[in-house]
Design a protein around this ligand. Structure first.
Ligand SMILES: [Zn+2]
Length: 158
C-alpha cells in the first residue's frame, strides 16, 4: 500500500481497496471476493479473500488460466449489520475459508475505527508506545481511539 492512500485512509472513512489502494467510500462500491479451487487431492480450497472496489475484482479468465481458480464473491452490503456479521460467523464456522482472513474482514467491517488504525498498531506496539490489553490484532475501542487521536495530532500542523 502506498503512503498517500494510507493517509487518506486515516482522514476519511471507508475501506482501503486491496487492488488499487484507494478508498472504498461507500458500502455499495465494495465487494468481498475470493478464489475457489482444488488442491492436488481434489479437496476444495479458498484463497485470496479480499475487500476491493466492485470494479477492482479478480480477472476471471486470468485466474482460471493460472490455476483453475474460480472467482467468487458477494457485494460488501451482504457483510454489514447484524445479518452481515451472522454471515461472516457462518463462514468462519464452515471453516472452508482461511479463518484469519475472515476475522480480518469481521474487524474491518464491524469494529469502529479498526480500518483506520489497523496498520498503525504494529508500529505503536513494537515501538513500545502501546500494549493492547487483549492482544495483538484485537483492540479495545479506547486503544483505537487513542491511536486515532495521536494520528490526527500528527497530521494537523500546530
Ligand atoms: Zn480499487
Amino acid at each position: 500500500m502506498n503512503k498517500a492512500s494510507f493517509n487518506r485512509g486515516i482522514s476519511a472513512r471507508g475501506w482501503i481497496c486491496a487492488f488499487c489502494g484507494d478508498l472504498i467510500t461507500s458500502i455499495e462500491a465494495g465487494r468481498v471476493e475470493w478464489l475457489a479451487g482444488a488442491d492436488e487431492r481434489g479437496m476444495s480450497t479458498v484463497k485470496g479473500l479480499r475487500l476491493v472496489h466492485a470494479l477492482c475484482g479478480y480477472d476471471d479468465r486470468r485466474e482460471f488460466r493460472k490455476d483453475h481458480s474460480l472467482v467468487e464473491g458477494l457485494p460488501l452490503n451482504r457483510f454489514v449489520g447484524p445479518d452481515g456479521l451472522m454471515l461472516l460467523l457462518s463462514l468462519i464456522a464452515e471453516a472452508e475459508m482461511p479463518t484469519a482472513d475472515l476475522l480480518e474482514i469481521v474487524k474491518r467491517v464491524h469494529i469502529p475505527g479498526y480500518e483506520q488504525t489497523r496498520e498503525l498498531f504494529s508500529e505503536a506496539i513494537h515501538g513500545g508506545s502501546l500494549a493492547p490489553l487483549i492482544g495483538e490484532g484485537f483492540y479495545l475501542q479506547s486503544e483505537i481511539q487513542e491511536l486515532l487521536t495521536r494520528t490526527v495530532r500528527q497530521e494537523t500542523p500546530p
